[in-house]
Design a protein around this ligand. Sequence first.
Ligand code: NAD
Ligand code: UDP
Length: 361
Amino acid sequence: MKVDRRDRYRRAGPFPERHRTVVTGGAGFIGSHLCDRLLQRGDSVICVDVLQTGSMDNIRALLNHPKFAFQRHDVREPLAVSGPVDRIYNLACPASPIHYQRDPIGTLKTCVLGAANLLELANAKGSRILQASTSEVYGDPEIHPQPEAYVGHVNPIGPRACYDEGKRAAEALFFDYRRTHEVAIKVARIFNTYGPRMLEEDGRVVSNFIVQALRGEPITIYGSGAQTRSFCFIDDLVAGLELLMESPETVTGPCNLGNPEETSVEEIARRILALTGSRSGIDLRPLPQDDPKRRRPVIDRAAETLGWTPKIRLEDGLRETIAYFSLRVGQRKDEVNVANIESARARRRSPRSHDVERAHT
Ligand code: NAD
Ligand code: UDP
């Protein structure tokens, strides 16, 4: 039987209960995919966002859905929601270095005040709450790969501190609300995630390189390009978030969610140039301060407690992301765009993908 790739985790994790769920940052890249998924499984979703780095475009298709509501709100202020709330996913925070460093004081407040306000809501409503934490809590790691037990190597006064330390403080608040008020918490440490609905001007490496390649502009490699990241496709990540949220209450995390396939920035550039057929050159730029040199998650905890491992290969995820940006960038339509979309679709239907799906259902 043929199985659509997007059914993979739905079939692997049947969650019969329907919840009333708040998603903060729900108009952002990850948040909008999460809203899609929760609605698909029958939840009612209240999407809360101040539209700083998110976009109404990401959730426009959901606005007429009877179980979807959008609330424009800044999580730095207390959030009032009438009626019961079963689940809260706290994703509100700019995630790209150029965006979170633009207003660093605002970012730190979003991390800390946002977490405190949502934990208060969870405590008042008896909700389960999940924090979108980050691999940045490990800073520029001294051990490799990074397990959850590693306490990190973060510069507390550098330009990334507003985000890194903000997310670390948010984790501390989550565990203190559990110890003090017995709030049912979940902490996901998300590693670099990519896919459709990233902003064209997002500034992160995958979206930057794809947009540059499609426009025929130079690919901006910061530093030598030898630094590494491990890239997880959005569908895999959203499945992991849902599995963590629905895991037994004793499972609090922190739990790494990411793809352990490690790739250098130079290699990512090379692959994107090949997949787009672009003739863009390379523009070497200075490495930003405190840019982590290596990053790869240990995902044993997610594998053992959630039964989660990422399924989507980098090449397939890149093809799908390129197909998305091809339509938005709107260049070389006849060549790159159509070819990429067709090959992304074909890969979704390929026998190899179905074999992988069956192995996990
Ligand atoms: P994103 O920038 O696309 O989404 C963040 C959303 O939060 C946006 O819609 C933005 O408008 C909203 N937001 C920001 N400040 C807000 C505030 N004060 N009040 C209400 N809404 C606010 O980023 P993303 O990649 O979707 O990341 C989502 C979450 O996941 C973030 O918390 C981020 O730290 C975390 N995360 C993401 C990655 C990744 O690779 N994408 C990695 C680690 C952690
Ligand atoms: N990077 C790059 N060129 C770009 C954007 C990013 O070389 O146009 C590098 C960046 O210096 C870092 C890596 O790619 O080493 C990942 O950067 P990103 O901003 O995507 O995520 P983060 O640094 O937060 O992991």
